[in-house]
Design a protein. Structure first.
Length: 226
């Protein structure tokens, strides 16, 4: 088969485009180490690469393993830690695990720094828009992303029901401590309580968190991306 000049040019362009594309990340492959600045409780500061893939936080959402590349900064406030994400989301709770492994220019091996020594952990800002769906807790923590869960179990006045999340515009707490109003897209509404269950939230491509939601910890859920 012979190619004309135009066809040959298109083939070269296609090959060049293919070679320029980044290699896809294999499943389970660890992301590149994140550069961080660590301010210690005594005022010292040290910078380096975080060698751990995630930071684990015990929160009202349950135990969350948050990838470091999603975090803008972590700040200690008393016995609690506030995590601010690159998207503007925030979660508070207690850090679990021994601490942070940081590879610095002053040592050949990573430094192990206990969480109790760290005042502020910060990362370079990355322009990251919030996700279309938002889950808000009673302490005003919130996470955004794409909710992958298809239905929620709801205790209504007519019994236990599974409500398709694709039919819901928003879920908001009533004046009662346990009841919520489910505003549906067709204009209907249902009032009910939420037993404890898991909500899957995709916070970034390939990153899905399993959030524990129940009547006691939830303030609202907004579905703006559907």
């Amino acid at each position: 088969m012979k190619l004309g000049r135009t066809g040959f040019t298109l083939v070269l362009l296609a090959i060049g485009w293919a070679l320029a594309q980044p290699a896809p990340r294999e499943a389970g492959q660890t992301p590149a180490a994140q550069v961080a600045s660590v301010q210690l409780q005594n005022g010292d500061r040290v910078s380096g690469q975080v060698m751990d893939p995630t930071i684990s936080l015990e929160s009202l959402f349950g135990t969350l393993p948050l990838p470091y590349h999603l975090i803008r900064f972590a700040a200690q406030q008393g016995n609690m830690t506030v995590l601010s994400l690159q998207s503007g989301d925030r979660v508070t709770g207690t850090l679990t695990g021994p601490g942070l492994n940081l590879l610095t220019a002053v040592a050949d091996t990573p430094l192990s720094i206990a969480w109790s020594f760290i005042s502020i952990l910060s990362f370079p800002a990355v322009d990251t828009p919030p996700g279309p769906d938002q889950v808000v807790l009673v302490n005003h923590d919130w996470l955004s992303g794409v909710i992958e869960t298809e239905a929620l179990n709801v205790q209504t006045s007519f019994g236990m029901a599974q409500i398709d999340l694709g039919q819901i515009r928003n879920i908001t707490r009533t004046t009662s401590d346990q009841d919520f109003i489910f505003a549906l897209r067709d204009g209907d509404r249902i009032t009910g309580s939420l037993p404890e269950q898991t909500l899957r939230l995709q916070v970034a491509e390939g990153e899905v968190l399993e959030l524990t939601v129940r009547g006691e910890n939830l303030l609202a859920i907004f579905f703006t991306g559907r």
